[in-house]
Design a protein around this ligand. Sequence first.
Ligand code: ATP
Ligand code: MG
Length: 121
Amino acid sequence: MECEIRLEPSMRAPREARRFVSHHLCDFGYLKLVDNAGIIVAELVTNAHKETPATPIWVDLRLAGGYPLLEVWDCSRNPPVFKDPDFLATEGRGLHIVDALSIRLGWDIFPCGKVVWVLLG
Ligand SMILES: Nc1ncnc2c1ncn2[C@@H]1O[C@H](COP(=O)(O)OP(=O)(O)OP(=O)(O)O)[C@@H](O)[C@H]1O
Ligand SMILES: [Mg+2]
């Protein structure tokens, strides 16, 4: 399994990403990961779109050590920031949700932007 989609800057990007991930996870027999992966990729693509509203986002899916590895690439070098839990806040939950639904979450910064990656399982 190794596939990629380029998402043009648009409000539709999270939905397209969810469809892409569901389709390929099903194809490769990871049906039980589809629901969580859909939530995860929608959160990460929404974050990337907020950060880089005028440039594309790339979503990659491949296997790493027997688990699907999801990558969301954007053109900003700013890292994600876990916000402190706050029961009254209406934002700041996305990364905590991704963290709770995945095996591992991380990011790497490059000269041209960054990748936020999630090991699904
Ligand atoms: N791809 C990204 N590029 C740059 N900064 C990011 C990126 N993703 C997240 N961040 C930063 O990390 C913060 C926390 O992200 P998180 O998804 O947890 O919360 P949120 O997007 O602010 O709100 P919510 O997801 O609950 O609607 C964001 O507010 C933003 O400052
Ligand atoms: Mg978010």
